[in-house]
Design a protein around this ligand. Structure first.
Ligand SMILES: NC(=O)C1=CN([C@@H]2O[C@H](COP(=O)(O)OP(=O)(O)OC[C@H]3O[C@@H](n4cnc5c(N)ncnc54)[C@H](OP(=O)(O)O)[C@@H]3O)[C@@H](O)[C@H]2O)C=CC1
Ligand SMILES: Nc1nc(=O)c2c([nH]1)NC[C@@H]1CN(c3ccc(C(=O)N[C@@H](CCC(=O)O)C(=O)O)cc3)C=[N+]21
Length: 371
């Protein structure tokens, strides 16, 4: 039966349609062996992960965060706390909306975000549309430029330069991936670091990596992961963390942030031997790979906090879209072992957009010296 096959982490299939939409990434999905029974022993041994209530002391926050932790659910045999990114992102957006209004009333400035999209990938168009909607909802002004797939680097850079010198724009985002003929580095380098709300400029990444320096902006997805850990009261200092994936936009900055927060960090990548064994030592796992259900239940230390960044479309004839999204972590298995876990969808994704709004507000405040 299709539905039971799809609920099994071992047999979800990457959607062929989406395969065509992901030219820079080969389809990656792990057929997994049947569940081994010893994992069940781990469940009994699961220690207490959350000795204290969730903290709410970082990005603008509200009492609602407490209710997010309280609303964390546990299904019949899945006992991990659900880290509800959708709910936290909503709270963050509400807090940003308040700040935007305050700023507008006090100094007449409305934060502005410019998004540049090159080409016509359906997934990128959807992301850009969602970003625009999110901006509108909190009162941030959005500017959008759509360029054809065969545009030159110079054309893209011309638009970036225009936004760099436009005082109504406080944040600039170039949607990735760019067409193959373009050099990402040349383009990302052209964004003024003061407006680099994605945090992808090499100088921002360099500052993130250095002791005693701070970047202008922290990349949105890793920032969202950290925010979820903070808001759910997951202790980071002195803990062992494993980041699976080392991309410039997620894995690498996530590892830097965990390290800055005083975790002891290991990075697992495509050439790592024994990734299961390394991951099993972690109190905190951030998975950012792009392989559906790569991380199985037996990779996880009982009680660990799992942040699943992966967004992988898999066939689902029962879903209206014909596919559904799953993470890099086999949720079904992991939620029986972990102490807390983000779902996909509804985990890190909505936080990425919320952090983009947060970075745009932060930029406008900094540029206009508004506290
Ligand atoms: N939720 C959100 O907001 C966001 C979600 N994403 C999703 O996160 C996932 C990762 O994205 P991104 O970082 O851009 O992907 P990349 O393809 O750029 O990087 C993937 C990383 O995973 C590593 N990797 C690949 N295969 C394995 C494996 N079998 N075992 C261990 N490591 C492996 C690669 O290693 P190596 O370096 O050796 O090649 C690489 O470092 C995707 O599913 C993407 O859609 C991305 C951005 C935002
Ligand atoms: N310059 C740039 N900055 C980015 O931050 C960037 C990018 N390029 N290119 C693509 C990736 C991917 N990304 C996501 C954002 C939101 C969701 C998201 O909201 N996902 C929903 C599901 C959405 C759905 O149902 O389709 C969720 O996980 O709940 C996912 C992925 C940002 N990225």
């Amino acid at each position: 039966m299709a539905s039971s096959i799809l609920s099994d982490c071992s047999s979800a299939r990457l959607l062929p349609l989406r395969r065509a939409l992901l030219p820079q990434r080969a389809p990656r999905i792990r057929p997994c062996p049947a569940l081994a029974s010893p994992r069940r022993l781990l469940i009994a041994a699961r220690p207490q992960l959350f000795p204290r209530p969730p903290r709410m002391d970082s990005v603008p926050t509200a009492a609602a965060a407490a209710s997010s932790a309280e609303s964390a659910t546990a299904s019949a045999d899945a006992s991990a706390k659900v880290i509800d990114g959708k709910l936290v992102a909503k709270q963050v957006r509400e807090e940003i909306a308040v700040e935007v209004t305050k700023m507008k009333d006090a100094i007449g400035i409305v934060p502005g975000l410019a998004v540049i999209l090159v080409g016509s990938r359906k997934d990128s168009q959807t992301y850009v549309r969602n970003k625009k909607k999110a901006c509108e909802a909190v009162g941030i002004k959005s500017y959008e430029v759509n360029l054809p797939e065969d545009s030159s680097e110079e054309e893209v850079i011309k638009h970036i330069s225009g936004f760099n010198s436009d005082p109504s724009v406080h944040g600039i985002l170039v949607q990735l991936p760019l067409p193959r003929h373009m050099n990402d580095e040349n383009i990302l380098n052209a964004v003024s670091i003061e407006k680099d709300v994605d945090g992808f400029h090499p100088l921002n990444i360099g500052r993130l990596a250095m002791q005693g320096r701070d970047p202008f902006f922290v990349p949105c997805t890793p920032k969202g992961c950290m925010e979820l850990l903070h808001r759910y009261g997951v202790e980071i200092k002195g803990k062992r963390a494993v980041v699976i994936g080392r991309s410039n936009i997620v894995g690498m900055p996530a590892a830097l942030l965990l390290q800055k927060a005083n975790a002891t960090v290991s990075i697992v990548h495509s050439q790592t031997k024994n990734p299961e064994q390394i991951t099993r030592q972690a109190d905190i796992v951030i998975a950012a790979v792009g392989v559906a259900n790569l991380v199985r239940g037996n990779w996880i230390k009982p009680g660990a906090a799992i942040i699943d960044v992966g967004i992988n479309p898999v066939d689902d004839p029962e879903s209206p879209r014909g596919y559904r999204l799953v993470g890099d972590v086999c949720y079904e298995e992991a939620s029986k072992v972990a102490g807390a876990i983000t779902p996909v969808p509804g985990g890190v994704g909505p936080m990425t957009i919320a952090m983009l709004l947060s970075n745009t507000l932060e930029s406008a405040k900094r540029i206009h010296k508004f506290k």
